[in-house]
Ligand binder design. Structure first.
Ligand SMILES: Nc1nc2c(ncn2[C@@H]2O[C@H](COP(=O)(O)OP(=O)(O)OP(=O)(O)O)[C@@H](O)[C@H]2O)c(=O)[nH]1
Ligand SMILES: [Mg+2]
Length: 453
């Protein structure tokens, strides 16, 4: 994509608003150096400085020294955005940050929109859309593993995978088109089984990428773990025990928790969002179970459900609830915890039973291990890419087009039609990377950004 040197020069605070040790104000655009030079007094003019140099000086406006600052110079195209950029490092006081920005506005810069710096980087061909999305993911990362996966994506992980897929599809097109060139000779140059196999390979490549969606979501937003069970089974007590602090109210009155409570914790570098829910009434009546809408809306979001059974009421006391969940939410990983085990004289059930006691801490390590292993098994599939809902939609579309190509082959249609479907898949890859995306999609992606990024 060609460089689109922005008409105006934009500026914004790149560090979080508020008081801090230091703050960075970014100025970007063809006039960035000239504008900063109007208020920066150092050993030399920034306009005469080499790219990737840092200069110390005074920041002056209306004859008043506002601060001593550093100015880091990046000359187009060698900057994050691909345009001239100055990053002003000042002291992290709210007043000084604001005064510097106001001075820059006075000298002709304008406020940057949220995500505008990254948008320029995209428009100038510095980042493709998957890399832009990874920038947003790094900023919003809630766990070490999630952040690391986003960085891998930023450094081209997904781009590379898509290039591999594109190469596979171009390979198929080439085979089909060779034959088209000799169509009038009625000779079959290419074995159709070879083409069919190659399309199957491309489909399984896409399916493999699609499979990593769940793991990607876990890396991006955390593993959602819900504690559910009948009233008084000890959900809130276990919630507190897992958090290792008293967060939820516990009492022997059935129905203590009315709403759901959400807290975050980290288990083995994976962010976990833990939900305590209102007790689901002790009933065999599934219709009544359906009435507990609040808990239901949480259940739907969860990757893992821990069903808390009050073991003093019998090992199978929560069986109707277990059956209800496994039937209605077959995609959710469910495990049963036999709680209040401290009140049993013996632990008589099969060896894979997880006994817990919120009172003594029994079984807490097993529960943590279970959460950890579940998260790990999902995350392992993700390898180096973070698939999001937008990618899923496009990859599914690619798979559909490839199936279209398979059908055309099976029906002995002309290679032209088969190639048409493959060409469409190649075009869809362009939508993922942003080579051929429309304005709405791009705006939607940048709406997740903050000002200064
Ligand atoms: N002995 C023993 N008592 C427990 C244990 N877990 C919870 N309790 C007690 O059981 C009662 C109910 O505990 P909660 O944690 O409020 O139960 P809950 O499932 O959140 O109840 P609701 O919010 O009403 O649905 C309280 O009196 C707790 O002290 C446990 O492991 N052992
Ligand atoms: Mg409770």
């Amino acid at each position: 994509m060609s460089s689109i040197q922005s008409q105006s020069t934009i500026c914004a605070l790149a560090t979080p608003a508020g008081v801090g040790g230091m703050a960075i104000i970014r100025v970007c655009g063809s006039n960035a150096l000239r504008i900063v030079d109007m208020c920066f007094s150092g050993k030399q003019k920034l306009e005469h400085s080499a790219s990737h140099t840092i200069h110390f000086g005074k920041f002056i406006h209306n004859d008043t020294v506002l601060d001593t600052v550093t100015a880091s110079v990046f000359i187009a195209p060698h900057s994050y955005t691909g345009e001239n950029t100055v990053e002003i490092g000042c002291h992290g006081g709210m007043v000084v940050q604001q005064q510097i920005i106001e001075a820059l506005l006075d000298f002709g810069a304008r406020h940057a929109e949220p995500g505008e710096f990254t948008k320029l980087a995209f428009l100038n061909g510095k980042l493709d859309l998957t890399q832009v999305e990874s920038v947003a993911d790094i900023i919003h990362a809630t766990s070490t593993l999630g952040s690391q996966a986003s960085v891998r994506q930023l450094t081209g992980g997904f781009t590379q995978k898509l290039q591999e897929l594109r190469a596979q599809l171009l390979d198929i097109c080439a085979l089909l088109e060779i034959e088209l060139d000799f169509a009038h000779e009625d000779i079959e140059f290419v074995d159709r089984t070879v083409v069919t196999n190659k399309i199957h390979d491309a489909i399984s490549y896409c399916s493999h990428l699609l499979e990593s969606h769940k793991g990607s979501e876990i890396l991006r937003s955390g593993l959602y773990v819900g504690l559910i069970g009948y009233p008084n089974s000890g959900k809130s007590s276990l919630f507190n025990a897992l958090l290792q602090r008293k967060r939820a109210i516990v009492s022997n009155v059935a129905g203590t928790t009315r709403d759901y409570i959400e807290e975050h914790l980290t288990i083995s570098n994976i962010a976990v969002r833990l939900f305590d829910t209102a007790g689901i009434r002790d009933t065999d009546d599934v219709i009544e179970l359906e009435g507990i809408e609040f808990s239901k809306s949480i259940i739907e979001q969860c990757h893992v459900l821990l069903i808390i059974n009050d073991v003093t009421r019998g090992e199978h006391h929560s069986q109707p609830l277990v059956e209800y969940i496994t039937t209605n939410y077959p995609h959710i990983i469910v495990t049963l915890l036999q709680n209040k085990a401290d009140l049993l004289n013996t632990l008589p059930f099969p060896p894979d039973t997880i006994y817990t006691s919120a009172t003594t801490g029994l079984g807490m390590e097993s529960v943590r291990d279970f959460i950890k292993q579940t998260a790990q098994s999902q995350v392992d599939v993700t390898s180096s890419v973070l698939i999001n809902a937008r990618h899923v939609g496009l990859l599914q579309h690619i798979v559909e087009s490839l199936h279209g190509a398979l059908t055309a082959l099976a029906l002995q249609h002309s290679n032209e039609f088969v190639a048409l479907d493959i060409r469409q898949s190649i075009e869809l890859i362009g939508n993922i990377t942003g080579n051929t995306s429309n304005e709405d999609v791009i705006n939607e992606i940048f709406s997740r950004f903050c000002i200064g990024k």
